[in-house]
Ligand binder design. Structure first.
Ligand SMILES: Cc1cc2nc3c(=O)[nH]c(=O)nc-3n(C[C@H](O)[C@H](O)[C@H](O)COP(=O)(O)OP(=O)(O)OC[C@H]3O[C@@H](n4cnc5c(N)ncnc54)[C@H](O)[C@@H]3O)c2cc1C
Length: 411
């Protein structure tokens, strides 16, 4: 039987960062990925904190060499109103930019980078079972090319299987999300008339009149990702094919009428995803840890998915490394509580957004520069910053701000 120190399930950003970190510590890693890369996955707009983790992992240069478009921030638009958050204007001393990435390219770069550090990366390898015992874990998988079943013996498993949710399914860890069921309809387009200069790479987040919102994410390959996120009823209320509905919802917004007037869809049929918010009962157990989307996933609105994936993966490889060296590890405190503190900060922003409070704060309170910087820090992915009350006490901070705005206090 194959032997290794750690099996990593899935070669998305979480898996690759965990694998690279463990290799940096000198452990043997087998990373099993179900698909053949490059493969499409949604989640194309990154936050500066991601770059920082890639730098720690020694993967930044590989990602930089791929030539992704630089994202300096986010623009929120509602009717005729707009507010721009520039990642260089934050309260955290962190990165001032990130990238917009076609994920088939980005994830391939990261998987290669992990392999370059000595991780044994195997594509078309579908993990089907795990069996834990006192001495380790046996992971079963199918080689999808040959159809053969295999097993590997390891000391620990890190789950980075994203939407596959391998351990959550096998160990019955799923929990209903506390966020509402929503749907996304999206496509890649050409013909996007982008703003010039540094503004080109900003993500646009446009409030949809019917409720919900639109993303516009430009890539360096000339294509732009566009999508609508809303309650399924918003889409059902429209007539026509998915392509017609997507076109109509995009072009009804005043801020997109000109920008997207000449757009051509790249895929004949837009893609749909729904019910993607997931909860989880626990983030770790005896000899396993869940990272990224294999654990909890909130909502795409603040592009936090990949950041949470790499942040949790980075933390996971640290604690697993300590465990494998025989050091004391408090998985609850050192892993679960840490990861959840950032996830809960993002949760507060997501809830405030769908309650309509955050838009009010953004659009009516932009004169309070010090507060804007603190909020911008979280939007840049610095959701684990203990010095920022808008991260550590996000829920209370946003609620008080919303109340002040409602009472007409703007600074
Ligand atoms: C509509 C929408 C828009 C989004 N937009 C953004 C955004 O702009 N920015 C952002 O940061 N995030 C965004 N996200 C979230 C983002 O998609 C995820 O958070 C991110 O991809 C998580 O990375 P990961 O490494 O955990 O998992 P993934 O990227 O999903 O990678 C998991 C890998 O595991 C593999 N796998 C699955 N099952 C198995 C198995 N049985 N055996 C072996 N391998 C397996 C999969 O093939 C996959 O390659 C969005 C999500 C949605 C729903």
């Amino acid at each position: 039987m194959l032997q290794t120190d750690v099996v990593v399930i899935g070669a998305g950003p979480a898996g690759s960062v965990a694998a690279a970190g463990l290799r940096n510590q000198g452990f043997d890693v087998l990373m099993l990925e179900k698909t053949q890369f490059p493969r499409f996955v949604i989640g194309e707009s990154l936050l500066p904190r991601t770059n920082e983790i890639l730098s720690k992992a020694g993967m930044l240069e590989d990602a930089e060499a791929a030539g992704f478009i630089v994202k300096h921030g986010a623009v929120f638009l509602q009717g005729e109103d707009r507010v721009q958050f520039n990642f260089r204007e934050t309260s955290a001393a962190g990165w001032g930019h990130s990238w917009q990435v076609p994920r088939e390219d980005f994830d391939t770069v990261l998987a290669k980078s992990a392999a370059g550090k000595g991780a044994d990366v195997r594509f078309q390898h579908d993990v089907t079972d795990v069996a834990f015992d006192d001495d380790g874990v046996t992971v079963s998988f199918t080689d999808l090319d040959s159809g053969e079943q295999h097993q590997v013996r390891a000391k620990f498993v890190i789950d980075g299987s994203g939407y596959g949710r391998v351990l959550a399914r096998l160990l019955d860890l799923d929990e209903t999300s506390d966020l509402k069921y929503r749907m996304a309809l999206f496509n890649h387009v050409t013909g996007d008339k982008r703003p010039a200069g540094d503004d080109e790479g900003y993500i646009w987040i446009v409030t949809l009149e019917q409720g919900g919102w639109i993303w516009v994410i430009p890539f360096s390959n000339g294509k732009t990702s566009v999508g609508v996120v809303a309650d399924p009823a918003v889409f059902e209320a429209e007539q026509g094919s998915d392509a017609e509905i997507l076109r109509k919802l995009l072009l009804q917004e005043p801020s997109l009428k000109t920008r997207l007037a000449d757009m051509q869809f790249v895929w004949d049929k837009p893609r749909r995803l729904e019910g993607y918010s997931k909860g989880i009962r626990q983030l770790y157990g005896d000899r396993y840890i869940l990272t990224g989307n294999a654990s909890e996933f909130l909502d795409p609105v603040f592009s936090s998915g990949v950041t949470v994936a790499v942040e949790s993966a980075w933390r996971a490889q640290e604690v697993v490394g300590r465990y494998l060296r025989g050091e004391a590890v408090d998985f609850e405190k050192d892993y679960a509580e840490y990861v959840m503190s950032g996830v809960d900060a993002f949760r507060a922003y997501v809830k405030s957004w769908y309650a309509g409070d955050l838009q009010k704060i953004f659009l009516t309170n932009t004169r309070a520069e010090s507060i804007k910087k603190k909020i911008c820090s979280v939007l840049a992915g610095y959701a684990w910053d203990e010095t920022n009350p808008f991260a550590m006490y996000a829920d209370q901070s946003l609620k008080s701000m919303a109340e002040m705005v409602s009472n007409g206090v703007s600074e």
